[in-house]
Structure formats: structure tokens, C-alpha cells
Design a protein around this ligand. Structure first.
Ligand SMILES: [Zn+2]
Ligand SMILES: [Zn+2]
Length: 128
């Protein structure tokens, strides 16, 4: 708790200030982020990585720091058991349905992801 993390968001998925968004991460790495601050980092293409995940560093050439958010809810469990109300905040309309979210995660993670994968769902509210 209390640490600031960088959350990468696709360019068309940035929520308005004051609005809620959600993200799904594989594994438990993001579970401890409840109440943490997020630096929202928009990537137009693939992020170059390196320092881009470090809130103290500058974003890479494909990314733009685009405000802050606070994590207001986390849920950890297998993908199949994700509470329906959490994906309602997915910025991308397609991902607000189970099948759409499943599809997106398969595209993003390939064989590393299945419906039985453990993952962490975050809901955040954009602050600025
Ligand atoms: Zn980047
Ligand atoms: Zn970035």
C-alpha cells in the first residue's frame, strides 16, 4: 500500500477525470495496489518498456503520461470468476462482455492466458 504504479492504457481507453476504469492483470502482482496511486500512461503503439513502468522516470517514445488515478477496488481470482460488475468499467466497450474481455486477453497474452488463469481486477478512479 502507498506505492505508486504506472498503469498502461491504450490510447482510446483513457477515462474522463472523475470517472472509473478497470484493468485486468495476470497473476497477483497488482493485488496489493488497493488505495495506491496510479500514473496513467497512454501508449499509442507497443510500449518500449524500460523505464516506462517506473513512475519516477519519463515515458518512452510511444507513451505519454496522462494523469493520475487511485485504485478503489481489487479482486483476485480465476478469470472465470471475475465479478460481472467489475468489467462494466472496462474502457473498451467490447471488454464489458465476458467473451469480449476473454478475446482481448487472449490476444494480449497468447498462450500464457486461459479462462483458468489467476488474475487481478482493478477498478480505479481518474483524479486528474
Ligand atoms: Zn512506454
Ligand atoms: Zn508508459
Amino acid at each position: 500500500m502507498g506505492t505508486t504504479r504506472v498503469l498502461h492504457v491504450p490510447v482510446d481507453s483513457l477515462v474522463e477525470i472523475g470517472q472509473k476504469g478497470s484493468a485486468i492483470k495476470l497473476g497477483a502482482d497488482w493485488l496489493a495496489t488497493r488505495h495506491s496511486d496510479l500514473v496513467l500512461c497512454i501508449n499509442s503503439e507497443k510500449c518500449f518498456g524500460d523505464g516506462c513502468d517506473d513512475p519516477e522516470e519519463h515515458a518512452c517514445l510511444n507513451c505519454t503520461r496522462s494523469g493520475h488515478a487511485q485504485v478503489i477496488f481489487t479482486h483476485y481470482g480465476i478469470f472465470r470468476d471475475i465479478p460481472a460488475r467489475t468489467i462494466e468499467y472496462a474502457p473498451e466497450r467490447r471488454s464489458r462482455r465476458y467473451s469480449g474481455m476473454l478475446d482481448n486477453l487472449k490476444k494480449e497474452h497468447g498462450d500464457a492466458f486461459s479462462e483458468w488463469s489467476a488474475c487481478t481486477v482493478l477498478i480505479y478512479r481518474r483524479i486528474d
